[in-house]
Design a protein around this ligand. Structure first.
Ligand SMILES: Cc1cc2nc3c(=O)[nH]c(=O)nc-3n(C[C@H](O)[C@H](O)[C@H](O)COP(=O)(O)OP(=O)(O)OC[C@H]3O[C@@H](n4cnc5c(N)ncnc54)[C@H](O)[C@@H]3O)c2cc1C
Length: 385
């Protein structure tokens, strides 16, 4: 399971270095056109890079201090779906601006009555000549207020079984009839929104794939995770890692309280297990093996690990933890308080912890399926993840 990146003389490295020498401060557009934003995508948008090549590109960009454009939903979700099922015109129009970070995207999936059971959605899209007329409400739409486009799923056939009457659209966020209302989080920040659709006319050319076949597309991106050696921070890849947190504790002179010391040891063990799971995943990818159950196991563990780290950081702040700019052992700033408040979202967003455990129970352990009492179907047929 040991993993070493190719050496300094690897020709893929020199190719990237030559490019970086010619483009020392590349724009998002230059990075996109060079295929470095999503190198695992096929040409011309990526390089069709295998896992080792992807890791080499990550390594070289990191060394050169070059950051990729930020457009998580565009690059992570919308782009792979458009590549999979978009028309040639859609690919031509949307993919490069999305990769370059020039057009920011959001995801219009969740509704007040459709979260884990996403196929329960009730937003309607009715074809009327060259447009679909959309009515309904979405919720928890991250970045909806700054996005240029959204990926929208809506019901186009209310009489079909619930998974079969859903269609997938590109939705310009400035269309008449769209109202975006902010939801301010308990962190004090405004990231997500409610989005209301009142007779919104989406051009029929913005349907992705076939009408009523949107459910399959909603799941496409799940298999599109980029290979990355980094375990990232504990807040969905952002924020500090547990190892960085332990360094903060060490530099501050350590912890005397035996219960708190025990918790420091526990987060170290969790972080080490997560690191090994990540290495196993990368090793499998490099050997060309399909992804195993690690993703669900990792999400179930990683989200709770993030909460454990942030809870401990708050406790180590002592009484000053009541203040918004406090950190563990007097070392911190406002980022720790933000991390503590945000960490509650980790076990909800992107598939809740309970749903992850259902997946692990059913698909990994082969336990009996959880039955939806309303439909008589298993939850694995109806849930989001
Ligand atoms: C930070 C953040 C950002 C988000 N961004 C977006 C976004 O950009 N776009 C978007 O569309 N959505 C977004 N979401 C919404 C997210 O996808 C949903 O919150 C999530 O799918 C859970 O749905 P829900 O909130 O409706 O909870 P529910 O599905 O109503 O769940 C309520 C509770 O019931 C439990 N439960 C549900 N089903 C089962 C089951 N089968 N077995 C056991 N327990 C179950 C859940 O685990 C949970 O504890 C975001 C959420 C967060 C936290």
């Amino acid at each position: 399971m040991d993993f070493e990146l190719p050496g300094e003389d690897d020709p893929r490295r020199s190719g990237i270095r030559d490019w970086l020498a010619a483009n020392p401060r590349p724009s998002g557009r230059q990075l996109a056109e060079a295929g470095f934003v999503a190198p695992h995508w096929p040409k011309p948008w990526g390089l069709g890079a295998d896992p080792v090549h992807q890791l080499v590109i990550d390594d070289e960009l990191r060394r050169a201090g070059v950051s990729r454009p930020v457009n998580p939903i565009g690059i992570g979700w919308a782009g792979p779906t458009l590549m999979h099922a978009g028309s040639d015109e859609q690919k031509e129009r949307y993919l490069f601006p999305l990769l370059a970070g020039e057009e920011f995207w959001c995801q219009l999936f969740s509704e007040p009555g459709a979260g884990s059971d996403l196929a329960n959605l009730s937003t309607r899209a009715v074809r009327d000549g060259d447009v679909y007329v959309v009515n309904g409400q979405k919720i928890w739409t991250s970045f909806g207020h700054i996005a240029r486009f959204g990926i929208l799923i809506a019901r186009t056939d209310p009489d079909a079984p619930k998974h079969q009457g859903i269609s997938y659209f590109i939705c310009p966020m400035d269309l008449p009839g769209i109202e975006i209302r902010p939801i301010v989080e308990m962190t004090g920040l405004h990231t997500f929104n409610e989005v209301f659709f009142d007779d919104v006319k989406i051009p029929a050319s913005m349907l992705v794939g076939e009408e009523n076949r949107g459910w399959a597309l909603a799941k496409v991106t799940l298999s599109n995770e980029r290979v990355s050696l980094s375990t990232g921070g504990v807040l969905w890849g952002n924020g500090p890692t547990a190892f960085e947190f332990i360094d903060v504790i060490r530099k501050a002179g350590g912890v005397d309280d035996p219960v708190l010391r025990q918790r420091v040891a526990e987060i170290y063990c969790e972080a080490e297990i997560l690191r090994l799971i990540r290495l196993r995943t990368v090793t499998a990818a490099v050997q060309g093996k399909p992804p195993g159950p690690e993703a669900s196991v990792r999400k179930a563990l990683a989200d709770e690990h993030g909460q454990h780290v942030m809870d401990l950081a708050k406790d180590l702040a002592g009484t000053s933890g009541m203040l918004t700019n406090s950190g563990p052992l007097g070392q911190g700033d406002g980022t720790w308080n933000y991390g503590f408040l945000f960490s509650a979202a980790l076990t909800v967003g992107g598939g809740t912890s309970e749903v992850q455990r259902n997946i692990v129970a059913e698909r990994v352990l082969g336990l009996p399926h959880d039955i939806d009492v309303e439909t008589g179907k298993t939850w694995s047929e109806t849930r989001r993840a």
